[in-house]
Write a protein that binds this ligand. Structure first.
Ligand code: SF4
Ligand code: SF4
Length: 483
């Protein structure tokens, strides 16, 4: 009986769909201390060095160890502080990763408990630790203990972009005594976490607190600064000992079909930026509007498509997600798909858009799709191959949102011929994430194409280590030359 009970994970409370459609507040309410301890007690406590969960985590958080702290101390403050101390050794942004990591494909997919029941809810435990610490000032207390006591004079590092990869790299370097400056094109730091992920998935106050922590570590932010326009890469290189480029992938892929230029065809990137960053849903209180019709079609089935669809639902539209493959090949996180369905988003599978139809005023009125047929064969990503059936279907819509992916912005390397670029339009790097220019490193989407937040953060950590070695090696060589 006991086994049957512990085989199932302790659920986290969520707000009901009718309520969440009326606002942009967070959907999942997270664990209380009591629930977190109950979930922590399900963990099998695999030996830390061999724990499959930690091996599968891109930044290798010592998961059994932080879970053990939650089990060991009955006092919530002590338990959380000790658990946070363990997490911070490998990840300074747990409130973010606990929310946006695809845990079901990473740590939780590998969890040994998953063989005898549901895997441990690692992401939600991580989020609990971070949230409880933030809400009770425990993170400030721990940071105070850990602030570098030495002046930041090991070297100067420039970080270009202020997304998850950059924030991680900057924090790792600041912690060991580097003076780090982050150059960001937008007026606020956060990158994709700021403009891409909606408030109902990642409240902006969580992000702001993480940025605040970096400032306390001595990291300087130069905002509204576009590298390639406001300042060149060469100018930055002259001032800094090393550079880390992590400007992400911010240029949307669009469809090459008739009607793409009609009014109210958005890229998901533009649509989400208008709402998340410019607060378009609060127009005229904020001055950037967003026009969303009654019927919205979102094309694509990744997390961005779910975010766009669920945002459009909150703006009052009926929403259909159209995807050329089937349900089994949807790339969005299972939790996001479930939330979208609960909130009334409908799905159309095995359809690919071939034309967006407009009215006499140039506004969208419908989308014409080709019906697709699944084949037995699978592609390199293990997705079912598909082929057109020749049969079409027209679906009424007054807004179309294209969410089929992003590619890196070329601005950074356009005037820097020494920076080598791959045929996929990403920056070429070696095993240490160094580009073709010595001392210039890169990571995240600008190297990987499209990656997850945690993969970008993993690159940030790896680059910080390589940058540290590079600077210390260069300084050592200079010292030898002087002798
Ligand atoms: Fe799991 Fe992501 Fe946390 Fe790693 S960072 S433990 S993969 S949720
Ligand atoms: Fe606990 Fe699962 Fe990690 Fe084992 S693999 S330590 S059961 S979370």
């Amino acid at each position: 009986m006991k086994e049957a009970v512990t085989a199932r994970r302790v659920p986290t409370p969520e707000r009901p769909p009718e309520q969440r459609l009326r606002d942009f507040d967070e959907v999942n309410l997270g664990y209380t201390f009591e629930l977190a301890v109950e979930e922590a007690k399900r963990c099998l406590q695999c030996p830390v060095e061999e724990a499959p969960c930690a091996k599968a985590c891109p930044v290798h958080i010592k998961i059994p160890l932080f879970i053990e702290k939650l089990r060991r101390y009955s006092d919530a403050r002590t338990a959380v502080k000790e658990a946070l101390r363990v997490i911070w050794r490998d990840n300074l942004l747990p409130a973010i990763t606990g929310r946006v990591c695809p845990q079901e494909l990473l740590c939780e997919a590998a969890c040994a408990k998953g063989r005898v029941g549901e895997p441990i809810n690692i992401g939600k435990l991580e989020r609990f630790v971070a949230d409880y610490a933030r809400e009770h000032g425990i993170d400030d207390e721990l940071l105070e203990e850990q602030l570098p006591r030495v002046e930041a004079k090991r070297g100067r590092v420039a970080v270009i972009g202020a997304g998850p990869s950059s924030l991680t790299c900057a924090s790792e370097l600041a912690k060991i005594g580097y003076k780090v400056t982050i150059f960001e094109a937008l007026h606020k730091p956060g990158g994709v976490l700021l403009f891409g992920v909606p408030e109902f998935r990642l409240p902006k106050k969580v992000l702001e607190k993480e940025v605040e922590r970096l400032k306390r570590l001595g990291v300087e932010f130069k905002l509204n600064c576009i590298v390639g326009k406001t300042i060149t890469l060469d100018e930055i290189r002259r001032e800094y000992d090393a550079v880390f480029i992590a400007t992400g992938a911010g240029t949307p892929k669009l469809l090459n079909i008739p009607g793409i230029l009609l009014n109210d065809v958005y890229s998901a990137n533009e649509f989400l930026t208008r709402v998340n960053l410019m607060k378009a849903h609060k127009f005229p209180e904020y001055d950037t509007p967003v026009r969303v019709g009654r019927k919205v079609i979102v094309i694509g089935a990744g997390n961005t498509a779910m975010d766009a669809a669920r945002t459009a639902r909150r703006l009052g539209a009926e929403v259909i997600i159209a995807y050329r493959r089937g349900r089994e090949d949807v790339t969005a996180r299972a939790e996001e798909v479930r939330h979208a369905l609960e909130e009334g988003v409908r799905f159309m599978f095995f359809v690919t858009p071939i034309e967006i139809l407009g009215d006499e005023r140039g506004n969208v009125r419908a989308v014409k799709f080709m019906k697709m047929k699944p084949l037995e064969e699978r592609n390199r990503e293990s997705k079912r191959k598909i082929m057109p059936t020749g049969e079409t279907v027209v679906v009424e819509a007054d807004t179309v949102i294209i969410a089929i992916g992003l590619v890196p912005n070329k601005l950074i390397w356009e005037n820097v011929p020494e920076l080598e670029v791959t045929s996929e339009g990403t920056l070429k790097v070696d095993g240490d994430l160094m580009t073709s220019i010595p001392g210039v490193f890169a990571g995240g989407d600008i190297v990987r194409g499209e990656a997850t937040v945690i993969e970008g953060m993993g690159d940030g950590r790896k680059a910080a280590k390589a940058i540290h070695q590079y600077i210390q090696r260069s300084k050592h060589q200079q010292a030898i030359l002087k002798v």
